[in-house]
Design a protein around this ligand. Structure first.
Ligand code: ATP
Ligand code: MG
Length: 326
């Protein structure tokens, strides 16, 4: 399927030792501490992490908007340090706070943005109109940005980053402030762009968003990348599946001993009349487990297998939930 999606193994972004320290009155802030990563053509890569993890700083550096303190990067075929103009001409950037102008008409801003990237008047107009439709802003082109709702305005921000049809797009928390329907609509649009061969790097606090949208996730914390992989890999590798069995108290210890013998347990726990067993693959473990329990006369009242969520992954890697991190 890789070819259908337009993905090849060419890297669009290659980052080595990228770091940024901010000097502040109260001392240096190491916002990004020397990170390495690669983004392949046609991928959606998500930077997932709590407030202050270094996501925006990373995006701003690879967008040429902020000079790195150390490190190197090649972005869209050009060197970040020596050829920032070429990098800038090939990317689209949707900032966390947006870049819309209060007083100007939406359509004028879109057309201007496209023209700045060298598109003809006609193409600029056509792209702008199309985007207004796909982002469900039809009819709002002749409004000033201050006359829009927060969610509508966020969608104009996104349109501004996409209107010149860049090959590489950065989206800093694209769906924050959008209602569920607009969020779903934007997800669909992002996937469509990916299917057409666009490469995207996005940041998010929403685990669900990272899970459904991203081909790969870089988990960031305290300025570093603390885990990386596909959502599936991360869930599998870090957390494992949890099998929960409802077992009478007097049989619980026996059940755990039996499970220990037939399965490779990563962890085991008793709580509230349930026995929780963490294993690498829950689906493969259920049959041998039930058979062994049955042979010893232990019959669970119920059994559930829970795939780990990215929440669990984040907790395992950082020791905190995303919400506590805020
Ligand atoms: N201009 C600046 N001057 C000083 N410190 C800064 C500056 N910009 C960011 N920082 C600090 O760098 C760290 C990383 O910030 P960054 O904005 O990259 O985080 P983030 O992961 O995008 O967080 P959020 O989820 O809140 O958007 C934070 O500790 C922040 O306070
Ligand atoms: Mg940010």
């Amino acid at each position: 399927m890789a070819a259908v999606r337009g993905r090849t193994d060419t890297s669009v972004i290659r980052v080595q030792g990228l770091a940024r320290t901010f000097r502040t009155k109260t001392g240096p802030v190491e916002a990004v501490t020397g990170i390495d990563f690669e983004v392949l053509r046609g991928e959606i890569v998500g930077l997932l992490g709590p407030n202050g993890a270094g996501k925006t700083t990373t995006l701003r550096m690879i967008a040429t908007l902020l000079a790195p303190t150390a490190g190197e990067a090649t972005v869209a075929g050009a060197d970040l340090r020596t050829d920032p103009r070429t990098v800038r001409s090939r990317i689209g950037y949707v900032a966390q706070g947006g870049m819309t102008n209060d007083e100007e008409l939406v359509i004028d801003q879109l057309i201007l943005q496209a023209r700045l990237f060298g598109l003809s008047k006609a193409t600029a107009r056509r792209n702008s109109d199309e985007l207004l439709d796909t982002l469900e802003l039809t009819g709002l082109g002749r409004r000033r940005c201050r006359e829009l709702s927060g969610g509508q305005r966020r969608r104009v921000d996104i349109a501004l980053g996409l209107v010149h049809r860049p090959e590489l797009i950065y989206l800093d928390e694209p769906t924050t402030g959008l209602d569920p329907q607009s969020r779903a609509n934007l997800w669909e649009h992002i996937r469509r762009l990916r299917d057409e061969g666009t490469t995207m790097v996005l940041t998010t606090h929403y685990l669900e968003e990272a899970d459904v949208l991203c081909d790969r996730i870089l988990v960031m914390d305290h300025g570093g990348i603390v885990a990386a992989g596909t959502p599936e890999e991360l869930k599998q590798r870090i957390a494992g599946d949890v099998i929960s069995l409802e077992i009478a108290d007097e049989q619980a210890d026996l059940a755990i001993r039996i499970a220990d013998k037939v399965l490779e347990l990563r962890s085991k726990m008793r709580a509230d009349g349930l026995v929780h067993l963490t294993v690498e693959r829950g689906d493969a473990a259920v049959v041998p487990l039930l058979r062994a329990l049955d042979e010893q006369g232990v019959v669970p009242g119920s059994l559930t297998v829970k795939r780990p969520s990215l929440d669990d992954v984040f907790l395992t890697v950082t020791g905190r939930t995303l919400r506590e991190g805020k």
